[in-house]
Design a protein around this ligand. Structure first.
Ligand code: GTP
Length: 647
């Protein structure tokens, strides 16, 4: 165990985690150079397409300094040879050079919507590289990830990246990181994930500074592992990603999944190299996978403990109650954005359910439950950690599972007080102790209610001092309250309270554009607040489109109504008949646009006065139109929703 190091790379989005991971894979010879491709660990098609990490990716690397030194003497850092003590130890240190280290790295996503992935990775490791882009310095997710890693008790090593770009004031970023880590700037690594500069030294620091895995209880009669991720493999079925905290797990072991109370016989154990590689056993302190043989995806719970008896000869009375061996696990993620999905074709309901089940296996933060719409039939209401999370899930549904869906407007959860009973798919909604009912889909908001509360967030924006004026310019547009500012080195932090609904409009894009990409933000929930809100419905060709209903502030609703009808006119496809788009609130139409028809003149080839033949054709056309109308269920892609939500 002394030669095992488990660590992850944490950073703000795009600061270079996956590129640094590439270099580590190369240095350790885990991936052959000819097979190397950029951001190797981002293996999901969507990750490569969008250039972002969505899933955490574990990889086991074996690092033999001596072997590498013999094959590549040029990587020896000259100053270190002359001054072996410069890093506290040196490649000339024979004990180090001749050792073999097992390095379990977990690459994590940077975007806040995938923060649950990061928090789970943090519980499976003992150390973290906090990576900061030298051109940008500390950003919001640098801070939130740093605090999370600190809370988990990890050893944190600071590194400033992209030094190959000849950044004029790289030392300013170094000072910022040093201040955050409360250490000297000399302890901050200056690296380039792109060229590999400084990466070997960083790896050595990981070995030197990150402690080997902790042994929870050496004499425990029980083997224990934490499930921190899972996925569905086409050949192997349901796979659980685990970190061993006690003992070993082997092929064909009988183990118990504690929380779901299920006994399974392990079909295979292995490591990620980064592909799955079968081995005989995974032992204490290591990270790997088990093929569970389970058929039902609901039997896998992220944060569950896998346990088995170390020896069958162990007297039963020596083993305490099994629940006592449960590892702390994880808090349940809290969805904040809700969207309903309905299959494009009602016959595909089962297929949609199966696909959502598999997605859930691979994304523990995604939750869903049955939903029903009179127009669209049976569907599912999904809960997401943010707007990007929703976009990614809906694109994965289409790309990975080939399932087309009709979705409702992304909404937040409102609380209302009403005298009427609210009917939902599950029956009647019961009010909470204070008499409030939660509404996840705007279509469910009744016309009259006594009070409505909306969810608020506390948002923290970090930006260079000189951009403060531009950032504060957003306060009217996004309904900010209680604005506070304070300094952090050369940057300023703006704290404010705003409705969560504003965040899921185009807040991120606006902030990016006013700050030219130099500001970033993180947020946490800040309870509920009473506001003056109302439901706005959209009717297309006279029909209510349930998915397009929204809950909006009464003030300025006419403007919003005109904007949305106009945008819908540009977004929706033309039909063979003209379609009116109307926005309705306060019981009346408050805005209207018309999509002109793609009219085909069906009587064009008839000349003369045979009125009856013309009538017959018109009637036929009218029938066709009616059929089309029923098919005109408005299908709006996640990207178009983004456009519709923009301010
Ligand atoms: P997310 O996982 O989406 O948060 O991104 P990431 O932190 O994994 O960043 P990624 O490795 O994808 O790098 C982001 C961009 O920065 C890419 O275009 C990289 O090519 C570039 N990049 C990363 N490291 C370096 C570096 O050392 N120098 C230079 N010049 N560019 C770099």
């Amino acid at each position: 165990m002394n030669n095992i190091r488990n660590f992850c790379i944490i950073a703000h989005i795009d600061h270079g985690k996956s590129t640094l991971a590439d270099r580590l894979l190369e240095i350790t010879g885990t991936v052959e150079k000819r097979k190397m491709k950029e951001q190797y660990l981002d293996q999901m098609e969507l990750e490569r397409e969008r250039g972002i990490t969505i899933k955490m990716a574990p990889v086991r690397m074996v690092y033999k300094p001596a072997e590498i030194l013999n094959s590549k003497p040029e990587i020896l850092n000259k100053s270190e040879i002359q001054n072996p003590k410069s890093l506290g130890f040196s490649v000339l240190n024979l004990e180090f050079a001749n050792s073999e280290y097992i390095l379990n790295l977990i690459d994590t996503p940077g975007h806040p919507d995938f923060g649950y992935e990061v928090s789970r990775a943090l519980e499976a490791v003992e150390g973290a590289i906090l990576l900061v882009d030298g051109t940008q310095g500390i950003q919001a997710q640098t801070l939130s990830n740093f605090y999370a890693a600190k809370k988990s008790g990890l050893k944190i090593i600071g590194a400033v990246n992209k030094v190959d770009l000849n950044i004029p004031d790289i030392e300013a970023s170094v000072r910022e990181v040093a201040q955050l880590l409360e250490t000297s700037p000399d302890n901050i690594h200056r690296i380039s994930g792109k060229t590999g500069y400084g990466v070997e030294e960083l790896l050595k620091s990981v070995i030197q500074l990150v402690p080997p895995p902790k042994i929870i209880d050496e004499n425990s009669p029980i083997n224990r592992a934490l499930i921190f991720d899972s996925f569905y493999d086409d050949h192997k079925g349901i796979v659980a990603v685990i970190r061993l905290f006690n003992g070993t797990v082997k092929n064909f072991n009988e183990v118990r999944l504690l929380a779901v109370n299920e006994k399974i016989k392990i079909k295979e154990v292995g490591f990620f190299v980064p592909q799955m590689k079968k081995v005989d056993e995974i032992s204490d302190g290591e990270i790997g996978y088990i093929v569970t043989g389970l058929k039902d995806p609901h039997k896998i719970k992220i944060g569950d403990t896998v346990i088995s008896q170390k020896s069958i000869r162990q007297p039963a009375d020596k083993i305490q109650k099994l629940e006592n061996y449960a590892l702390p696990g994880y808090r349940e993620p809290k969805p904040v954005v809700f969207v309903s999905f309905y299959p494009d074709d009602p016959d595909k309901h089962e297929e949609l359910k199966r696909s959502l089940d598999r997605l859930k296996l691979n994304d523990a933060s995604f939750v869903f439950e049955p939903d029903f719409s009179e127009v669209l039939g049976r569907g599912f209401k999904g809960g997401f950690l943010g707007k990007l999370h929703f976009e990614i899930i809906s694109q994965r549904l289409e790309k990975e599972f080939g399932v087309k869906t009709i979705t409702s407007f992304p909404s937040v959860a409102y609380k209302i007080k009403t005298k009427h009973l609210l009917k939902t798919f599950h029956g009647i909604s019961k009010p909470d102790e204070e008499g409030f009912v939660t509404i996840l889909n705007p279509k469910d908001l009744p016309d009259d209610y006594e009070e409505i509360l909306e969810p608020m967030i506390k948002i923290e924006i970090i930006c260079p001092n000189k951009l403060l004026g531009h950032v504060l310019g957003l306060k009217e547009l996004f309904r900010w309250e209680d604005i506070n500012t304070h300094m952090l080195a050369d940057k300023i932090i703006v704290e404010t309270i705003m409705p969560l609904a504003e965040l899921i409009s185009d807040f991120d894009d606006r902030l990016k554009s006013v700050s030219r990409g130099f500001a970033s933000f993180s947020y946490e929930s800040a309870g509920y607040k009473k506001n003056d809100l109302i439901r706005m419905d959209i009717l297309v060709a006279g029909e209510l489109v349930p998915g397009l209903s929204r809950i909006l502030p009464k003030e300025g609703i006419e403007y919003e109504a005109r904007k949305i009808t106009k945008l819908l006119k540009e977004t929706l496809p033309r039909q063979q008949f003209s379609q009116a788009i109307q926005a309705k609130a306060f019981g009346r139409i408050i805005a209207r646009e018309t999509i002109p028809a793609l009219r085909k003149d069906v009587t064009g080839y008839l000349y003369g006065g045979d009125r009856t033949r013309k009538m017959k054709l018109w009637k036929k056309q009218k029938k066709g139109k009616k059929k089309l109308l029923s098919m005109a269920k408005v299908r709006i892609s996640a990207e178009d929703f983004k456009k519709l939500l923009s301010k």
